[in-house]
Design a protein around this ligand. Structure first.
Ligand SMILES: Nc1nc2c(c(=O)[nH]1)N[C@H]1C(S)=C(S)[C@@H](COP(=O)(O)O)O[C@H]1N2
Ligand SMILES: [Mo]
Length: 319
């Protein structure tokens, strides 16, 4: 399969309404590996596996003052050790099942508390603001971390263009809901589609990146193609993948992990070595590719940029 250059892509079709119909049932049972395997038809797996993904280059990228100069996690690790439950629950499943997901045409609906709702084709999003390279640490709640050269632009550029109303206090992100393309959605692990959310000031923070690529190329499907969020001071699950909708809300939106396990996964989910997950410590982490664990930093090392957002808040309560 060949991914065309962003400039070759024709205007997108409107995403079907079914994508936005949120299921009401919340099934809290996590199922075993047998059910997962059964949801991914083996024949299609082989047929749809691209032999060699040749990702489109994203052209000249400006560097960012927010980039870390730590050693980058190799491309092979970034694209083969993933969390993307819609493509399987094993770390190597998303790369193996990536061929199910079709990322063209693709649209993102921006609606809710905005002056005028709008649907962006992915090719429009790619041109909405200058693309930057942002080398960020990203730490999973499971106590591993990576350093990834993401490509994108601050989400604030999109928000400003959309002119949210005075009632917009939060932003909700919704992943594509299509069990054909995301077969993990045939299993009620989470209340699909995956949703996440940020407070408006978090969404406007210059670190919050609307992400379209990594390592100078368009995002591989397993990393959340064609567009995802990256919020580097929060646990990885806040960084929703394969987004089809961005909605401004007055009230704090329900988020998938918080709904399924509120004691373990809070709405804020700021990386915090002093607040343990109920089942394990968050004080240390393993950088993928390294043997020894390292200390986890407050706000994942981005305290200078974001600590002020939480001034006066009890971070044990608002975890
Ligand atoms: N739609 C969706 N987004 C998701 C997830 C997911 O399962 N589904 N997993 C999250 C978690 S737990 C992490 S750690 C990051 C992993 O991003 P990466 O695979 O690109 O490193 O994606 C996040 N975004
Ligand atoms: Mo994660």
């Amino acid at each position: 399969m060949l991914i065309r250059k962003p400039t070759d892509i024709s205007p997108s079709e409107i995403t079907p309404d079914s994508v936005y119909t949120k299921r009401r049932t919340l099934i809290k049972a996590a199922l075993g590996g047998g059910a997962i395997a059964a949801a991914f038809p083996a024949s299609r797996l082989l047929m749809d596996m691209p032999e060699e993904r040749k990702a489109a280059k994203l052209g000249l990228l400006s560097k960012s003052e927010f980039s870390t100069n730590e050693e980058q996690t190799p491309y092979g690790d970034v694209t083969s050790y993933n969390n993307f439950y819609e493509l399987g629950t094993g770390k190597d499943d998303p790369a193996r099942n990536a061929g199910f997901l079709q990322t063209r045409p693709w649209t993102v609906l921006v609606d809710g508390e905005v002056k005028k709702e709008r649907t962006f084709g992915i090719e429009e999003l790619l041109k909405l603001a200058p693309l930057e390279e942002r080398i960020y640490r990203l730490r999973c709640v499971e106590a591993w971390s990576m350093v990834v050269p993401w490509v994108g632009f601050p989400l604030s550029a999109l928000i400003k263009q959309m002119e949210p109303t005075g009632n917009a206090k939060y932003v909700e992100f919704t992943t594509l809901h299509d069990p054909q393309q995301l077969p993990g959605q045939r299993i009620p692990l989470l209340d699909w589609p995956y949703t996440e959310g940020l407070r408006m000031d978090e969404a406007m923070n210059p670190l919050t990146l609307l992400t379209l690529g990594l390592y100078g190329e368009v995002l591989p499907n397993q990393n959340g193609a064609p567009v995802r969020i990256v919020v580097p001071w929060k646990y990885g699950f806040k960084s929703a993948k394969s987004i089809v909708r961005i909605r401004f809300t007055e009230n704090q939106p329900a988020t998938s992990w918080n709904e399924i396990g509120g004691q373990e996964y809070g709405f804020y989910a700021n990386v915090n070595p002093n607040v343990d997950h109920p089942r394990w410590s968050q004080a240390r982490e393993r950088r993928i590719g390294e043997l020894l664990k390292r200390d986890t930093l407050m706000f994942n090392g981005y305290a200078d940029q974001v600590a002020s957002l939480y001034a006066g808040m009890d971070l044990k309560k608002f975890y």
